[in-house]
Write a protein that binds this ligand. Structure first.
Ligand code: PLP
Length: 363
């Protein structure tokens, strides 16, 4: 297998893929594979319950939060969130830190009034505005953040704890698609956490929503039933057929994470991986990363060759060396290495070795 630096869908732990392959035709003696099971049968219900329990344990989700397994990806949540939460108050606040939060803000504007509480636009979205500078509106339904901007490679170096600016009553919504389970978080600081699974959790098709119970039951009348958090929660995420196979593989990833020692242990490895790559970038005159060092993502590392005419040669050589999906997002250019939980430090070391050799040849 290659070292796969895709931003998503992204590499999964090899152990997980092997186990899924072994169980493909016959899951635990059921005589059928998970894809073929009724979502209401006892086998699949046990798989979904175990996945939820493991996720709860990994993130220490408090009892007054519901875990929902949904569909539509994080982009659908950009509409589903306002449809569920914006109704009563009519206004929601957004913190703009890059492409994803900008997109979320734009979509929410279709359902109510949106207010920009803070924006990093002036920096070219290379930083996160300090919490103390955020200007919330008078009575927003929620405050939206994207705590890891996958495209720009910008990650919050702090938790958006509104109690610190005297606004503890405003629920914080966080798009954690690309760094959920990569670092320890305090779920109680958020009203709602969501993310598409296809980066740090499992296959595409599953969206995870962790929502505080008091935020259920506020949906606008025209919110589709299948996207009404209360309906989904009351049906145990089985109001409609959930993405069963994706939930199963996510469950295998949660078990794998527990075997790695849980989120704190994987966070320590993620810190070491990111340090290896950023230290090399910073010390090299050949490559550069342009993100505010305090807000650099541990998961998505965009970088540029100072001589961009070498980009194609860099990518072709990387592929030959077994390092793939390094091309940067089209809106940013350059390169991007996504180094999610499933990427071992050996993969990052292989990338750094290749980068050194390439720089030596062309520098
Ligand atoms: N939000 C973030 C932070 C992302 O990285 C992505 C990535 O694709 C999305 C939203 C969109 O997710 P989806 O394609 O699952 O709708």
């Amino acid at each position: 297998r290659v070292w796969n630096f895709s931003a998503g869908p992204a590499a999964l732990p090899e152990e997980v893929l092997r186990q899924a392959a072994e169980e493909m035709l016959d899951w635990h003696g059921a005589g059928m594979g998970v894809m073929e099971m009724s979502h209401r049968g006892k086998e699949f219900v046990s798989i979904a319950e175990a996945a939820e329990a493991d996720l709860r344990e990994l993130l220490a989700v408090p009892a007054n939060y519901r875990v929902l397994f949904m569909q539509g990806g994080a982009i659908a949540e950009n509409a589903i969130i306002p449809l569920n939460l914006m109704g009563g108050k009519g206004t929601a606040d957004y913190v703009l830190t890059g492409s994803w939060s900008v997109k979320s803000h734009k979509e929410a504007g279709r359902y109510g009034r949106v207010h920009v509480a803070a924006s990093a636009e002036a920096s070219g979205y290379t930083t996160v505005p300090a919490l103390e500078s955020w200007q919330l509106s008078a009575d927003p339904a929620y405050l939206f953040t994207c705590t890891n901007e996958t495209i720009g490679g910008v990650e919050y170096p702090f938790e958006p704890d509104l109690a610190r600016i005297g606004r503890a009553g405003v629920p914080v919504v966080a798009d954690m698609s690309s760094h959920i389970l990569s670092r320890v978080i305090d779920v109680a600081k958020y009203g709602l956490i969501f993310g598409g699974a296809q980066k740090n959790i499992g296959p595409a098709g599953l969206t995870i929503v962790i929502v505080r119970e008091d935020l259920l039951g506020r949906a606008m009348p025209h919110c589709p039933s299948a996207f009404d958090y209360k309906t989904v929660a009351e049906a145990g995420s089985m109001y409609n057929t959930p993405p069963t196979y994706a939930i199963y593989v996510a469950g295998l990833v949660f078990q794998w994470l527990r075997r790695q020692g849980g989120v704190a242990a994987i966070e320590a490895r993620n810190v070491a991986k990111a340090r290896l790559l950023y230290d090399y970038l910073d010390g090299s005159g050949f490559y550069e990363n342009r993100v505010d060092p305090a807000c650099r993502s541990r998961m998505n590392v965009p970088f540029f060759l100072r001589d961009e005419s070498l980009n194609d040669a860099f990518l072709a050589g990387a592929k030959e060396a077994g390092l793939v999906q390094l091309k940067g997002h089209k809106s940013v250019g350059g390169m991007r290495a996504s180094i999610y939980n499933a990427m071992p430090i050996e993969g990052v070391a292989a990338l750094v070795d290749y980068m050194k050799a390439f720089a030596a040849r062309h520098g």
